[in-house]
Design a protein around this ligand. Structure first.
Ligand SMILES: *Cc1c(COP(=O)(O)O)cnc(C)c1O
Length: 354
C-alpha cells in the first residue's frame, strides 16, 4: 500500500532521489565502485561536495554574495555549541521559542552571558513572541525560524546591527526569505534537505575571528572553511543525497516554486483543522508553520478510531512530539499534495462517522 509519510524527521525525500541514491550505492557515476566505498578525496566526491555547497548558496540566493557553505557532522545540536564557541565573547541574545531554542541557549551559557530577550514558554510555546528588542551590545542574536515540535514559524525577522544567527533546520529551502539578512544559518539535513548525518552551515564572510578563546579544530568554523568542508572525512553518503535533493529542488524551479506547493498543502490542512469541529489547532493562527501542523482532537475518545483510519489510509508519522501530544503533520518539500488530501479526507470521514 502507498504510504503517506508525515514524519517530522528524518523525513520523506523525493522518490527520484531514493532511486538515484540507491543506484549510486551499487555503482557511482559508472565508476564500478559504490559511493559507500570511494575515497572522500577522490575527484568524484570532491565534485559532489562542491556541488552541494554551491547549490545551497544558489538556491538561497546567496551565491557570490559573500557567503560560504559547509556540510558538517553532529547535527543541528552540534551547532548549538559551535555557534557560541565561535561567536560568543561576552554576551549573546536568544529568542526562546521552544525545545530546540532552549537547547541552543543552554549550550551558549557555557561560553558567556545569555540574554533571553523573549520567550513563549508561558503558553507552551504555541506562539512566536513579537515586539521584542534586539540589544545592540550583544555578540549576536539567535533565533529558530521554525519550531518543529510546536508547529510555529517566524514570519518576520528583526533587523538589527548585531549578527543574526538562525537555526533553520526544519524550514530551510521551503520558503523565500531575504537570506542575506542572516550572518549564520544552520540546518540539520534530515528535516528538509537529505538524510540524517550532515548539517548545512552557511557563514557570511567576516563573521569569524572575533572571539579570544582558543577553539578546538573540529569545532572551529574557520578550519572547516579553510579546508573546503573537508577538514576530516565528511559524511559522504548524506552529503551526496543532500546534493541530489538540492538538484531536484533546482530542477523544479527552486524555492519560489516549492513555496507555492508548500502553501497549498498547509492551506488545505489548516482549513480542515479550522472547519472540522472534531479538530483544533495547537498554535496561534498567525504563527502557524507551513511545515509542521500541530493539532488535537476535540474529543479524545475518538483517538482510537482516528488512529485506525489513518493507519488504513497509509498515513505514517503524525503522532505529536512526546512533549506536546496530539498530532503533528510534517509537510516538508518532498511530501506530495496528494498525501495531504488523503489526510484531510480521513479527517472529514471521521466527522461524517462520529
Ligand atoms: C530536529 C531539530 C534540531 C536537532 O537536530 P539534530 O540534527 O537532531 O541535532 C534542532 N533544531 C531544530 C529546529 C530541529 O527541528
Amino acid at each position: 500500500m502507498k504510504k503517506h509519510n508525515f514524519s517530522a524527521g528524518p523525513c520523506i525525500l523525493p522518490q527520484e532521489v531514493f532511486q538515484e541514491a540507491s543506484q549510486a550505492v551499487l555503482d557511482f557515476n559508472n565508476s564500478g565502485l559504490s559511493i559507500l566505498e570511494i575515497s572522500h578525496r577522490s575527484k568524484d566526491f570532491v565534485n559532489v561536495m562542491e556541488e552541494a555547497r554551491s547549490l545551497s548558496l544558489e538556491l538561497l540566493g546567496l551565491k557570490d554574495k559573500g557567503y560560504q557553505a559547509l556540510f558538517l557532522q553532529g547535527g543541528a545540536s552540534m551547532e548549538f555549541l559551535m555557534v557560541a564557541y565561535n561567536l560568543l565573547e561576552k554576551k549573546a541574545a536568544y529568542l526562546n521559542t521552544g525545545t530546540w531554542a532552549a537547547k541552543a541557549l543552554k549550550e551558549a551559557k557555557l561560553f558567556g552571558e545569555v540574554d533571553v530577550i523573549a520567550s513563549s514558554e508561558d503558553k507552551g510555546f504555541n506562539y512566536i513572541p513579537k515586539n521584542y528588542k534586539v540589544p545592540t551590545d550583544a555578540d549576536y542574536f539567535h533565533c529558530t525560524s521554525n519550531n518543529t515540535i510546536y508547529g510555529t514559524q517566524m514570519k518576520k525577522f528583526p533587523t538589527s546591527s548585531i549578527p543574526l544567527v538562525c537555526d533553520m533546520s526544519s524550514d530551510i529551502f521551503s520558503r523565500q526569505l531575504d537570506f542575506s539578512k542572516f550572518d549564520l544559518i544552520y540546518a540539520g539535513a534530515q528535516k528538509n534537505m537529505g538524510p540524517a548525518g550532515t548539517t548545512l552551515v552557511i557563514i557570511k564572510d567576516g563573521l569569524l575571528g572575533k572571539v579570544s578563546r582558543k577553539i578546538p579544530s573540529m569545532l572551529d568554523y574557520k578550519q572547516h572553511l579553510d579546508k573546503d568542508s573537508m577538514f576530516n572525512t565528511p559524511s559522504v553518503f548524506p552529503v551526496y543525497v543532500s546534493m541530489l535533493t538540492l538538484r531536484w529542488l533546482k530542477a523544479l524551479g527552486g524555492i519560489e516554486v516549492i513555496e507555492k506547493e508548500n502553501q497549498k498543502k498547509a492551506t488545505l490542512l489548516y482549513s480542515e483543522i479550522d472547519i472540522n469541529p472534531l479538530f483544533k489547532g495547537y498554535t496561534a493562527q498567525e504563527d502557524r508553520s507551513i511545515m509542521n501542523a500541530t493539532f488535537n482532537l476535540t474529543n479524545d475518545s475518538l483517538k482510537e478510531e482516528f488512529d485506525k483510519m489513518c493507519k488504513e489510509a497509509g498515513i505514517n508519522g503524525i503522532n505529536g512530539h512526546r512533549s506536546v501530544g496530539g498530532y503533528r503533520a510534517s509537510m516538508y518539500n518532498a511530501l506530495p499534495l496528494e498525501s495531504v488530501e488523503v489526510l484531510v479526507d480521513v479527517m472529514s470521514d471521521l466527522e461524517r462517522k462520529a
